[in-house]
Design a protein around this ligand. Sequence first.
Ligand code: SIN
Length: 307
Amino acid sequence: MAALSTRRFALDLATPIVLASGPAGFGFELDGSLVAAVGALTTKTVTPEPRAGNPQPRLVDCPSGLLNSIGLENPGFAAFVEEYLPRVLDLPTRRIISLAADRPDEIGRMVGLLEEISEIDGVELNLSCPNVDAVIIGTNPALVGEFVRQSRALTTHPMFVKLPGDSTTMIPAAAAALNAGADGLTLINSVSGLRIDHRIGLPMLHRTTGGLCGPAILPIALARVYEARRAFPDALIIGTGGVTDVEGAIEMLAAGADAVGIGYGVMADPSLPARLTAELETWLTEHRYASPADIIGAAHRGGFDVP
Ligand code: SIN
């Protein structure tokens, strides 16, 4: 039987299938056995102050996916630490805390306060939400470097930086993050998209555009992960975007991801990540691979050993 643990990974995950930030909330909304079956939960993004989020509608159907516009609704950092974090720390999996802020010192302050909590397995700086008024920090390499630098100075926790997949500056932004001390990259966030109500000729979302997620963005996420792996052979990469079946997870690993984040797929079917973990193990065993490490980045070195 193949072992699913990924030891190259800073987090030493039991399986490379992880819950991406957002749809799984703070994790305790899901059945415990489903959480236990994944390598890690990335929490919903937390900001310094509470956020009510965007007006409804927040989700709009699209061919092969969804447009979302949640607007980072969350209880704020103080309430998160007081009321939610104790339950997050009880979850039967690794926990990565997702954070966002408008300024580097604000995100650094949160990262610094979490440093005292040794049961946290990592932090993810979400520099790429497409659904709020602030600039998308992840498109600006100099800003990305500053956000990471100020956070890195205050923590020893593994640190990931979530970047947009529809920016022409992803590689320079990723380089800035890694040079400033990030351990890894989470690629990608949802992709800016628009739907118009054909009956009235107006955008269906209040903020006009939203973030496209789901199978529609799988090829975009694969391309960005592939490019990042080629540019940064030693970086840790969590590949997130449109994976809804084991074939997609295998593609993501072959493109160069160390772990595969599931977001939209959880909304469609909360049991999906647990099923993917089991199906990946079966696939590796049937193909005589000892572990996911054997196939990570295979697309960069001649593909699989197909008999
Ligand atoms: C949202 O809250 O609108 C989505 C979060 C994100 O895309 O980072």
